[in-house]
Design a protein around this ligand. Sequence first.
Ligand SMILES: Nc1ncnc2c1ncn2[C@@H]1O[C@H](COP(=O)(O)OP(=O)(O)OP(=O)(O)O)[C@@H](O)[C@H]1O
Length: 752
Amino acid sequence: MPYSAGSLEMRRQQLISQRSTVEMRKGHAVSVRRAYKRYGTKRSPIVILENLNMTVPKGTIYGLLGSSGCGKTTLLSCIIGRKKFNSGELWVLGGSPGSKGSGLPGPRIGYMPQEIALYNEFTIRETMKYFGWIAKMSTEDVEDRLCFLTNLLMLPDIDRKVKNLSGGQQRRVSFATVLLHEPELLILDEPTVGLDPLLRETIWNHLTEITKDRSTTVILTTHYIEETRQAGLIGLMRSGYIMAEESPASILSRFETDTLEDAFLKLSIMQNMGRRKRSIAARAVASAVVLPSGIVNQALDVDDDHHHEISAEFGDGLTTSKTGRRFSLVAQEAIPQLPQEPVHKAELGDYLLHLEPRHMKALIWKNFLWILRNWPIMLTVIALPVTQFAIFYLAVGHTPTNLNIAIVDYESGDRDCHPLSCNGTRLGCNYLEYLKKKKIHLIRYETEGDAIDAVNRGETYASVIVKENYTTALKARISNGRRSDEWDMFHSTIDVYRDASVKDISTFLRFYFYDSFMTFIADYMDSCELNRNALKLPLQWNAPVYGTVETDFTEFATPGVLITIAFFLAAALTAVAMLVERNEGILERSLVMGVSPVEVLTSHVVSEFVLMMIQIVAVTCCGLFIFRMKVMGSLVLFIILLSLSGFCGMWFGFALSSMCDNETSAAYILLGSFFPLILLCGVIWPIEGMVHGLQLVAQVLPLTQPVEGLRSIMQRGWSMRKPPVYHGYITISMWTLLFIIFSVVLIKYKRG
Ligand SMILES: Nc1ncnc2c1ncn2[C@@H]1O[C@H](COP(=O)(O)OP(=O)(O)OP(=O)(O)O)[C@@H](O)[C@H]1O
């Protein structure tokens, strides 16, 4: 063993013992015992806090010092109730954060995170109003307090937007929001970073003032170690636990030094005794430091392979040990056994019924203000759905016109056509006139070869060849019927060569040629006073039961496009709003002040629902009044089904925001789900056209049944009694429920 029991005992005596009873610990502003916190999994844990004890008496300024990454923010997050220790005991203002009746999280705590965590688009006044309302202050009280804080912190014009302030000014606004409601416990993560010395001095004076006069307690972290001389207590944290917890004066005298920096360095070396130094620089610093008398710096003569431990050097935060053994300066027998913590089982009512009106007012106001201030989002809300729908309606599904068709009329050449009559001698030319009425563009060619070449070159979609003796042969074919000879059959046939690579155009051309020929031949029969229907196909197409004779692809795709727009825009808007709020630390700030996740979620449901309804009404009006979109059934059923689809999209957005860490991953999932849903849910192609296995998958997807239901309402005029309509309603409701459960479980699971 490189260190003896005696020397360890001596070093332990340098520290202050933390013996206490539970009642004493509850009486402190903050009391932490034997805290253990890890990230990662049980099998490969990243241990951040281990065996950490901390005592913050009421009315003190407690400076929590430690190198970058040593776990200060993690510790503070646990104290404010945003993260949980894996084990250990925590009392904050006499209660356990998150327990019923503790009032924590709540306005008793003010938390200033490291990041600015403010709404960039808000003015200083609006920011204060939001946080003040959350802390249950009246608008007048907020204004009064803002006046005081503006002077104290030298805030700029309070009607300036946060995004237009300098970094230091933003930090001051961030600090002002914590002081606004005068909480009992202030937790400040690096409040003075980036501020000029004068302002830092003012802040420290103010903190001293409020801790002296009003029993406010302050815990702050800072990298300016020397400024904590004004603190009542300093906690020196390293490698996941607190090495010393004393007044600045006591630390300085015990370590026989003039600066806190120096004392911290000495403590770090003492803590590292018996550990291998990874770098020559670390060895050099350690050997140069003179420790208080009686302490031997054993770090210098340590066996490299000792315990396989990896040292936590000076700038290093984490201690990991392959053996899991850990050297502690705190004597283990000094820590009393932990009492059983009371377990409060959350009831459903705890989650659902607690909607504080003032929180809801602040949250909903903030959501709308945020949307109004973010014009790209405003544009998304109002203009995008209407634009998308208009683009779809104008661009998709309509009959192609002005198609180039090559014609060769060997019978008429380029002579003009006579009107159609029974005695006509150039009927081929008359047929081409009928074809022209289909708004296709006929281009004359001299020879059949030229016309086919034009198709080959991609200049025309088809070539139509009328043979020299067309009229004679056609008349003979009509009068001879089934006794017509081969010559008549051959010469009365118009040849068509076509480019069938574009399937829809090819289908349209086929329809144009057939339809114009049937009209032409019926009119010719009329002119000869024969039965005009004699040459028609013996197949009677009666008026359609549902839909119209002229039904085009636009009508087929409209329900799917409407539902897709409602679903995906709501999902995108919700996911972005939630992620921005969460990732900029603003959500955390609100939660610490007592806003519950259910309230945040409900406020977003309300604001996003209002926006979604605006989108749906705008798109519906655009469809009905501008594009004459037909809704044969109930408009109420139509609007409700569309709204439910948007509502389901909103919850999809919530689920995404709970699942993803940032907007980019949410965007990838949204994009990744967009195409499969469009392709599989019968939006652009009937699901009857899919392979069988895929049809089964398609049936259970969120949009398939709603699309069919909406189609049935719009084009068949069906009511709720028809299965496709109520199946649509049931499916979208089930999926909404699924997304709600998924979001809530994820929020609960991911916390801590
Ligand atoms: N969610 C997380 N998952 C895994 N590791 C994390 C997570 N959050 C923090 N850490 C790690 O935990 C360690 C402690 O982080 P923490 O933010 O508490 O340090 P800190 O002392 O506040 O540092 P600084 O002074 O630089 O802010 C760091 O090494 C950090 O990388």
